[in-house]
Design a protein around this ligand. Structure first.
Ligand code: CP
Length: 308
């Protein structure tokens, strides 16, 4: 592939291949000397129209560890604030001959649109409520390392599925790798027709968490709700927030995940987030490794000569 725009379109073999490549990066990242050279001489631009802590910093670290020249475009102080469009911005950056552009945008489909307008490889770092492919890859890697497999596991994705690109990418990736995926949430936060994705749908945490191997919590994405769903946070936590009692409804060796940023006391209790069953810190570590794997895989398809 020339770009990574989503998990949709990747085969199970391709997904597993990226996870294997990421395993090698995990080992590199645990060494004192981390610098590699597969992106030496290449230019990577990180273009984030939405806020980010984990994704932007890990793409920057990943690119630098592979030897790329990495530029973080500051959208807040760019000419986008003067009204320059996404496509004019893309054309402007394209004229500087980058090799890779990593893009996060609030509109679903914006990254696909940008990819059609530039000559370089494009990586989707999250587009609206559509896809967040590297998050799904890092989650799959974290699960595989801790459970030894993904095939046959029951993964319960809980909370604001409606607004979640993380949920969508994870459903596609984990099903492709053979997991049984459940979604749990109030009807107002489950997309209409979600059962078409082949997931089991639950409105009740006790029922949905029964026998779950992985409990994946989602952030309540108030910024995408436009006032259409304004929950009482206290009530939401009562029914859907993961605390020790609700976690006890899953398998005794169930593991807890959250893509971050977390709202402690809204969708997850601090005791669980920081507890022995939590993989949240490891997810962040895997994020760097997976992004190195993705950049490296795309670099293999980069042209070796500049078009005239
Ligand atoms: N999980 C995730 O995408 O986090 P950031 O928004 O901090 O990048």
């Amino acid at each position: 592939h020339r770009h990574l725009l989503g998990i949709e379109g990747l085969t199970p073999f391709e997904i597993a291949g990226l996870l294997d490549l990421a395993e090698e990066a995990v080992a590199v990242n645990r060494q004192v000397e981390k610098r590699r050279s597969s992106l030496r001489g290449r230019t990577q631009i990180n273009l984030f129209f939405e806020n980010s802590t984990r994704t932007q910093s890990s793409f920057e670290i990943a690119g630098k560890r592979l030897g790329a020249d990495v530029m973080n475009m500051s959208v807040a102080s760019s000419s986008i604030k003067k009204g320059e469009t996404l496509l004019d911005t893309a054309a402007t950056l394209n004229a500087m001959h980058p090799d890779l552009i990593v893009v996060r945008h609030h509109a679903a489909g914006a990254v696909h649109l940008l990819a059609r307008k530039v000559d370089c490889a494009v990586v989707n770092a999250g587009d609206g409520a559509h896809e967040h492919p590297t998050q799904a890859l890092l989650d799959a890697l974290t699960i595989r390392r801790n459970k030894g497999r993904i095939m046959g596991l029951i993964v319960a994705i809980c909370g604001d599925v409606l607004h979640s690109r993380v949920a969508r990418s994870n459903i596609i990736a984990l099903q492709a790798l053979g997991a049984r995926v459940r979604v749990i949430g109030p009807s107002t936060l489950l997309p209409r027709g979600i059962d078409r994705f082949g997931v089991e749908v639950f409105r009740d945490m006790r029922e949905g968490l029964k026998d779950a191997d992985i409990v994946m919590m989602l952030r309540l994405q108030l910024e995408r709700m436009n006032g259409s769903f304004v929950p009482s946070v206290k009530e939401y936590f009562h029914f859907y927030g993961l605390d020790a009692e609700k976690l006890s409804w899953a398998k005794p060796d169930a593991l807890v995940m959250h893509p971050g940023p977390m709202n402690r006391g809204v969708e997850i209790d601090s005791d669980v987030a920081d507890g022995a069953q939590s993989l949240i810190r490891e997810q962040v570590e895997m994020g760097v490794a997976v992004r190195m794997a993705v950049l490296e895989a795309l670099a293999r398809n980069l042209p070796n000569s500049v078009p005239a």
